[in-house]
Design a protein around this ligand. Structure first.
Ligand code: FE2
Length: 131
């Protein structure tokens, strides 16, 4: 058994758990760009005390390298918990995050996400450096 055996992947437009990576297809070397991360962009995922997205992680794997680099971890730590009971709390964190990056070589952005009930999910998006 490997971790890859328990990470599911799917088209985020039809599967609400797959992390969404929104980034340019092409960027200039060394210039800042934004990566928008989310879960449930097309089909909303529940956000309740019992069922929610806990985190999204983002990585970059350069085309000319063997290893992936971890870019960031984005945690969503509140989902309606309260002394009054489940879903009675005043605040819910939605699974949305933004990263600002600079890259010097083409590669692939990879994201993993975690639903407390439906486990680990992944997706990827190629990004090219122009020039
Ligand atoms: Fe779920």
């Amino acid at each position: 058994m490997k971790i890859a055996d328990v990470i599911q992947s799917a088209d985020w437009k039809i599967e609400k758990h797959a992390p969404v990576i929104e980034a340019p297809e092409k960027v200039a070397a060394g210039e800042k760009f934004c990566v928008d991360l989310s879960v449930g962009k097309e089909i909303a995922h529940p956000n309740t005390t019992e069922h929610n997205i806990r985190w999204i992680k983002l990585y970059f794997k350069p085309d000319n390298g063997k290893f992936a680099y971890e870019i960031g971890s984005y945690e969503f730590n509140v989902h309606g918990e309260s002394v009054e009971g489940a879903n009675k709390g005043p605040v819910y964190a939605e699974p949305v995050a933004k990263a600002v990056l600079k890259i010097s070589t083409s590669g692939t952005l990879l994201a993993t996400s975690y639903c407390n009930i439906h486990g680990l999910w992944e997706s990827s998006k190629a990004i090219a450096v122009e020039g």
